[in-house]
Design a protein around this ligand. Structure first.
Ligand code: ATP
Length: 475
């Protein structure tokens, strides 16, 4: 693929995911409105939200490899590995016992599984309270006691654990003395909270309602590895849903389910997703869960759903000295709304779609093909317009079709090479439909439409192409 096509392709896929999220949240919900808040905000915003004091991760260095790690991630990976061992034992037993297998009983009675479970519980009971107390010495001790080694050096030669604030800061103001320290936003959510009344009043929204936003967030991650999975500059797609106090759990469950449905609508199999309910809640939350996706590096968080109580709005009310309340005309009372948030990473979704889409196939005739099975609604190029040969008036006819179709769909025109080679190139680019113009087209205005996944071809009228493609994309 030429470099310019590759760059366009990546950008287009990201745009399509963002647009699909935006449509699903803002266009398909009458009670959700969109916003584009600032990246730089008054530093007090980040004091109020707790980010200045508490948005940090515990870090630890290995003295031999000089590699730096998140101490909490090392322990969580240890727990995950133990859980994986349990799953392996369970799967082995399932095969051994066949239909009579009772998983619950097995988990409760098998000595090895019991031992693993007890170990996990003991680690959690020690680790989460230690984090809450900010007892970093105990976190280090736990890493040592569990025998966790550096994956690079293989040693346990660890430094002390230290807290590391993840916000990037810079100076605002032209003269040094006047300059004040400001932060690049580490999440888009706070821009929504400080604009809550502004949006609610101008859009005349009634609770329950949501405010959605997409945009860049910046975190000075201790370990920014694993390709797009963890970056220091990334994009979030967030929605804060404002509800009556006491109704937050109902809405929390509702959004958990809705968001999982959205992921499934992308066309990837259900067994690639799972919920992970948080054991340890952030200071602002009374319930939280992640939607995890099975990336090539294992099951990892792709989206968080958090019930954030009235923590944020109350904190901004306190720090700004301005009332941030909603007047409920039905109840005739004012209150600070509770918030349920859905927060998904655009780059992680991009990575999920792309890594799942790639496949190599052996065809019946013995040849190979590479296919990017990107869901049609997200595909960067929806339709390729291909004249069978470069003569006999076929290119002119194909251009005629292209000129109309390009207003409805992102199209790609190509006349170079054999039709077979062009199909393969489109398969590898993830283009779901190829329209081929042949000699019959000149006689009866019909074309063939070829499906990327099934490779089946059908003849349809030239005029139908746009609606057929739209219908298939919508599924
Ligand atoms: P993690 O536990 O992986 O650090 P988080 O719980 O801090 O993630 P949130 O603050 O809930 O993440 O952010 C919401 C979403 O933003 C995440 O589900 C993820 O998709 C995305 N995200 C967070 N940090 C990064 C990052 N450094 N790079 C890419 N995407 C990120």
């Amino acid at each position: 693929m030429p470099r310019s096509t590759a760059l366009y392709f990546l950008q287009a896929l990201k745009n399509n995911i963002r647009e699909y999220w935006w449509k699903s949240m803002v266009q398909y919900h009458e009670n959700i409105v969109g916003l584009d808040a600032a990246i730089f905000m008054h530093p007090t915003v980040w004091k109020a939200s707790g980010h200045v004091d508490a948005f940090s991760d515990p870090m630890i260095d290995n003295k031999d490899s000089k590699k730096r790690y998140r101490a909490d991630v090392l322990i969580e990976e240890y727990i995950q590995k133990t859980e994986d061992k349990i799953s392996k034992e369970v799967e082995k037993a399932r095969v051994r016992f066949g239909e009579t297998f009772d998983e619950t009983m097995y988990r409760e009675t098998n000595p090895r599984v019991k031992e693993y479970l007890e170990k996990i519980t003991a680690v959690k009971h020690r680790f989460y309270p230690a984090l809450d107390r900010n007892d970093l010495a105990d976190v280090k001790l736990l890493i040592e006691e569990l025998g966790i080694v550096c994956p690079v050096s293989g040693t346990k030669n660890w430094t002390e654990v230290r807290q590391f604030n993840l916000m990037f800061s810079t100076q605002m103001g032209s003269v040094n003395e006047d300059a004040s320290e400001i932060y690049l936003r580490p999440e888009t959510a706070q821009g929504i909270f400080v604009n809550f009344l502004n949006v609610q009043k101008t859009a005349r929204m009634k609770i329950p309602f949501g405010i959605a936003q997409t945009g860049k967030a910046f975190r000075n991650e201790i370990v920014a590895r694993q390709f797009l999975f963890r970056m220091r500059e990334f994009e979030q797609m967030e929605m804060q849903f404002f509800v009556k106090p006491g109704e937050e759990m109902k809405w929390y469950e509702y959004w958990k389910e809705e968001r999982m449905k959205w992921h499934l609508s992308l066309g990837m199999p259900a067994n690639k997703y799972r919920f992970h309910d948080h054991d340890k809640l952030a200071h602002y939350a009374n319930a939280a869960a992640d939607i995890e996706f099975e990336f090539p590096i294992g099951f990892k968080e792709i989206e968080g759903i958090h019930s954030r109580t009235d923590f944020d709005l109350s904190a901004h009310q306190k720090f700004s000295g301005k009332k941030i309340q909603y007047f409920d005309t039905e109840q005739n009372e004012s209150y600070v709304p509770y918030v349920v948030e859905t927060s998904i990473g655009l780059d992680r979704t991009f990575l999920a779609v792309l890594s799942h889409a790639y496949r190599e196939e052996k065809l019946e005739d013995g040849s190979d093909r590479v296919v990017l099975g990107i869901p049609a609604r997200l595909a960067p190029i929806k339709v390729a317009v291909l004249p069978l040969v470069k003569k006999d008036g076929l290119p002119e006819k194909a251009r005629e079709i292209m000129d109309k179709l390009m207003y409805d769909h992102r199209c790609f025109y190509e006349e170079k090479d054999t039709i077979g080679r062009r199909y393969r190139r489109m398969d590898a680019l993830g283009t779901p439909y190829c329209i081929t113009i042949d000699h019959q087209t000149l006689q009866d205005n019909t074309v063939t439409i070829r499906d990327r996944d099934t490779m089946l071809q059908e003849r349809i009228g030239m005029e139908q192409v746009s609606s057929v493609v739209s219908g298939r994309i919508a599924g």
